[in-house]
Design a protein around this ligand. Structure first.
Ligand code: SF4
Length: 476
């Protein structure tokens, strides 16, 4: 403590941090200084402080305004608008860096489990260097980055089978961060007994520098029973500090629920849109730039077959709704829709309840039906304006114009909201995009001429809520 206190005095013209005792007198802030040195015992801190003061005596001056914290301390607005003190990074102490290092690694695993649908058995064998990043040039000269994650399929298999999936840029950032952590900790990645390849989620990655992992700890890390507790503790801490809007205390979290939600968000576009809304991205400029579509780039299951039943049920439900709401639909794909209804009339008009099994059968027979961000697509290659190679390409979709496009009132409301948001952003590029949207479907702006943005928003969210409720309650 003497070295530390002398250094602080040297850097502050002889001043050192003090704190007020019960009598109001100033004494050395021995407890915080001791904590900076990793000493948490109050008696030990007091004795070290007393000895330090006996050595420094009259060469230093105590002050109550000097912080012993070596990090710059700033302020941030909290969720209630009050300012709270904040540092850009954490001190290596029991309550901060150590525990957040562990949480960070587990939260990284959770993100991968939630968006790539990796199970514990897959996370435990994820290769240490699983990512391949490539830059591609489109025909128009613009470029894009593709991240491909290598992993293993393990469900119902005797041996892990290599596979790969295209993932979003956040996964790439997470992997880069974990590699930095491994380098900072300075350990050599170990090989997995199952695959023979070095694996990423080593127990050592979540073990603080200079400490040993628990004697009973397994080699790898798992999102098992203790994980929800850790997730909630971290969330509660951030909430208590005013960083986040809510804690997770009232939420019952299980990794099984996370997987099911993930599969639903992947299979059911409305479910994905609800997730986008939950991210707070719904009626912002981000949506106008197509954020809604991005939800499907965020969630990319390593094994899409696991969500296949939900995908078929969704296609069946879409077709049944198109049948029961036929007069409300618009778009040049109406002729194809009518043909499809004709072909499936027996199943669609059957008065028996549409159970998940029946919806699945209906969807399996009509695999070409898929909901896009702005239209229902009854994909057929002939006349597909996006040029989709065997399936819809919603990034290049021309809703309403294509012979595969049928638009519901909610699709049209979303289209109009997006057009208005393009205009509101006052950019030349977006204004031209808005004009194109209007020229392609002038009737939509006319239909909603007397509808405010809030009312459009309400139409869309009511539709999403209702659709998700039906999907979760297993009805048509
Ligand atoms: S342009 Fe749109 S509606 Fe037409 S095939 Fe492509 S995704 Fe489907």
């Amino acid at each position: 403590m003497l070295d530390l206190t002398a250094r602080i005095a040297h850097e502050n013209n002889g001043k050192i941090p003090g704190s007020r005792n019960v009598n109001g007198g100033l004494t050395l802030a021995h407890a915080p200084l001791a904590r900076l040195l990793g000493v948490y015992d109050a008696d030990e801190a007091y004795l070290a402080g007393r000895w330090t003061m006996s050595q420094l005596r009259d060469t230093v001056q105590l002050t109550a305004t000097l912080s012993p914290c070596p990090l710059p301390v700033g302020e941030l607005p909290s969720r209630t608008g009050e300012r709270i003190t904040w540092t850009e990074r954490l001190i290596a102490s029991k309550e901060s860096l150590d525990i957040w290092q562990r949480r960070l690694v587990y939260y990284a695993m959770y993100y991968l489990a939630a968006t790539v649908m990796l199970r514990d058995s897959q996370l435990s064998v994820l290769p240490f260097d699983p990512l391949k990043t490539q830059e591609f040039t489109r025909p128009d000269g613009s470029t894009y980055i593709k991240h491909t994650l290598s992993a293993y399929k393990t469900k119902n298999r005797h041996a892990a089978v290599p596979t790969s999936v295209v993932v979003n840029g956040r996964v790439a950032r997470i992997i880069a961060l974990l590699h930095r952590l491994q380098r900072a900790l300075g350990y050599e990645p170990r090989r997995s007994d199952t695959t023979g390849v070095p694996f990423l989620f080593d127990q050592l990655l979540a073990t603080p520098l200079g400490k040993r992992s628990h004697g009973m700890a397994r080699d790898g890390l798992y999102l098992d029973l203790s994980f929800p507790k850790m997730l909630k503790e971290g969330a509660r801490e951030l909430y208590d500090r005013g960083v986040t809007k809510r804690s997770l205390d009232d939420i019952d979290i299980s990794m099984r629920h996370v997987r099911i939600t993930s599969a639903q968000a992947y299979a059911v576009r409305e479910h994905g849109q609800a997730l986008a809304a939950a991210f707070g991205q719904w009626d912002t400029a981000a949506v106008a730039r197509g954020y809604v579509g991005d939800v499907y780039k965020l969630i990319t299951p390593i094994d899409p077959d696991e969500a296949a039943d939900l995908v078929h049920q969704d296609a069946g439900r879409r077709l049944h709704r198109a049948y029961t709401h036929r007069p409300e639909l618009t778009g040049k794909g109406q002729a194809r829709l009518d043909q499809t209804i004709e072909t499936n009339l027996a199943a669609l008009s059957n008065p028996q309840p549409l159970t998940p099994a029946r919806l699945k059968t209906l969807g399996k027979r009509n695999r070409n039906i898929e909901q896009g961000p702005l239209t229902l697509c009854l994909y057929q290659i002939e006349g597909a304006l996006c040029g989709g190679k065997g399936k819809p390409d919603f990034r290049l979709c021309l809703p309403g114009q294509c012979r595969n496009s049928v638009m519901t009132p909610a699709d049209r409301a979303r289209y109009e909201l997006m057009r208005r948001q393009h205009l509101a952003l006052k950019s030349d590029v977006l204004r031209r995009a808005a004009d194109k949207m209007h020229d392609a479907n002038p009737d939509i702006a006319a239909e909603f001429a007397d509808t405010t943005d809030d009312e459009l928003h309400a139409i869309i969210t009511a539709h999403i809520d209702e659709y998700i409720r039906a999907a979760l309650e297993d009805r048509a």
